[in-house]
Ligand binder design. Structure first.
Ligand SMILES: Cc1cc2nc3c(=O)[nH]c(=O)nc-3n(C[C@H](O)[C@H](O)[C@H](O)COP(=O)(O)OP(=O)(O)OC[C@H]3O[C@@H](n4cnc5c(N)ncnc54)[C@H](O)[C@@H]3O)c2cc1C
Length: 426
């Protein structure tokens, strides 16, 4: 173990997960924390629009009010009553509302472009705490429990703890799940999607009667696909996203695939005039049309091994159709922040990370399962095939209860109790 007093923590990955954790840990003087990001900038790719759900906002607040302010400042659009609406995108009843998703507690949800939030989070942390252009290549465990990290540029560092927020193709995940090789690699969810951020005026012009009445998320439930649109960037843009089920094979490193305009039009055809308008908006991006693939992780047995742990998409990448991934990443960061505030000596690290894993695995597996099921429901697939509007309403109605209204304060207290128990048993 290191001789100096501070516990040296490396966070790999400067996405929502890594940055929220960094901010939480920087508050504690007994920790010496550095974030390593592979890209030359901590800026997030343009990314998709994201809905931050009530649980996500409560988790942010639990880490620090400044994180909620960062989300508010991400040119967010605020929604509460309703938060979103589901509409029939196939026959019978094309265009009929299935249900409005309302905030039971009156709490708001935030809609924003992911990169905007990441940029706001980055503004909160001292630049010296982030090392960009540092892509983690490997982790070697030393006999004294410390970890040697090697980066692709040839640099190395030695730390007491490494926490991977390094996304779906995580390097830290490979280390953590070494004993569970079948759980390491993500698998293709047999879906691809087209996405664009259209200027709102352009969307209005193209969508005409189909232009959304409310500035909220609309999910059109189709057959082997679905269509979604939601505002972002202070209402100045409309994200249009069309997901398609496919039997195609995509390679494990294939994030995008070029599609012809004809194929895209064909994919959106079932959504009639709305599909045509959304297709126009997608086509207006110009350049070769790229469809993006959806990957998810096999459910991992653990999120820690010794002094290494994973959070966010590195731990539990899920289909995006329940809008839960970022929320779960923030909850992970909340629990880790809580536990690391309690570590008084390096010997506590293993107990803290074991506790983190034990309290987070069940909840995040639930989010992964619900997200996959929601994909099937919205796309008329598998055991949810053939539901009519009333059955869809029933299928949707309670799907967000456990995710949104989960008692996060109890979750934190459970984690603290388990941590004390594990420390006591050492
Ligand atoms: C289309 C779509 C819509 C979505 N909608 C929602 C939604 O509405 N609500 C919601 O809650 N979630 C949503 N999500 C999910 C959400 O965006 C993700 O769960 C969340 O952003 C994951 O954040 P992360 O920080 O864990 O990972 P990432 O954002 O992937 O960040 C990982 C970071 O690690 C860096 N990195 C990678 N490898 C290394 C390495 N070896 N060393 C150092 N750094 C590395 C990367 O450059 C990146 O900066 C959606 C996702 C998609 C695809």
């Amino acid at each position: 173990m290191r001789a100096d007093k501070k516990i040296k923590v490396a966070i790999c990955g400067g996405g929502i997960a890594g940055l929220c954790l960094l901010y939480g840990l920087l508050k504690h003087d007994h920790l010496d924390v550095t974030l390593y990001e592979a890209s030359p900038e901590v800026a997030g790719d343009e990314g998709a629009g994201v809905v931050l759900s009530p649980n996500a906002i409560r988790a942010l607040r639990s880490i620090a009010q400044e994180l909620v302010t960062a989300a508010e400042n991400a040119d967010s659009v605020f929604v509460s009553d309703p938060m979103a609406t589901a509409v029939m995108g196939r026959e019978p009843g094309f265009g009929n509302k299935i249900l409005d998703l309302r905030s039971k507690t009156g709490e708001r949800g935030f809609l924003f472009q992911r990169s905007k939030f990441i940029q706001q989070l980055f503004k909160l942390v001292p630049p010296s705490a982030c090392k960009t252009s540092h892509k983690l290549a490997s982790i070697a465990r030393q006999d004294d429990g410390t970890l040697d990290l090697s980066f692709t540029d040839g640099t190395t560092t030695s730390v007491d703890v490494v926490i991977g927020g390094d996304g779906v193709h995580s390097t830290v995940r490979k280390h953590v799940l070494e004993d569970f090789p079948d759980q390491i690699e993500p698998f293709f969810s047999k879906q691809y999607f087209y996405v664009t951020m259209a200027p709102m005026e352009k969307a209005k012009e193209k969508m005409r009667d189909w232009f959304p009445k409310l500035p909220i998320q609309y999910a059109w439930c189709g057959d082997q696909g679905f269509l979604m649109h939601d505002p972002a960037n202070s209402g100045e843009t409309l994200q249009v996203l069309a997901a398609v089920r496919t039997d195609e094979t995509w390679g494990s490193d294939q994030w995008t695939k070029e599609k012809s305009l004809e194929q895209m039009r064909k994919d959106l055809e079932p959504f009639r005039e709305l599909g045509k308008a959304c297709g126009d908006l997608v086509a207006e991006q110009g350049g070769p049309l790229q469809a993006r693939s959806v990957w998810e992780h096999p459910r991992a047995s653990t999120y820690n091994r010794g002094h290494a742990a994973i959070l966010g998409d590195a731990a539990h990448a899920m289909q995006p159709w329940q809008a839960a991934g970022a929320g779960q990443a923030i909850e992970d960061a909340m629990v880790l922040t809580t536990l690391f505030s309690q570590i008084s000596q390096p010997q506590d690290i293993s107990a803290a990370l074991e506790t983190y894993s034990s309290v987070r695995v069940a909840r995040t597996h639930y989010a992964q399962d619900m997200s996959a099921e929601n994909g099937d429901i919205t796309m008329n697939v598998g055991k949810f095939k053939g539901l009519d509007a009333a059955q869809l309403k029933e299928a949707f109605e309670l799907r967000w209860e456990e995710l949104w209204y989960f008692d996060l304060e109890k979750h934190r207290q459970d984690a603290l109790g388990e941590f004390e128990r594990l420390k006591g048993g050492r």
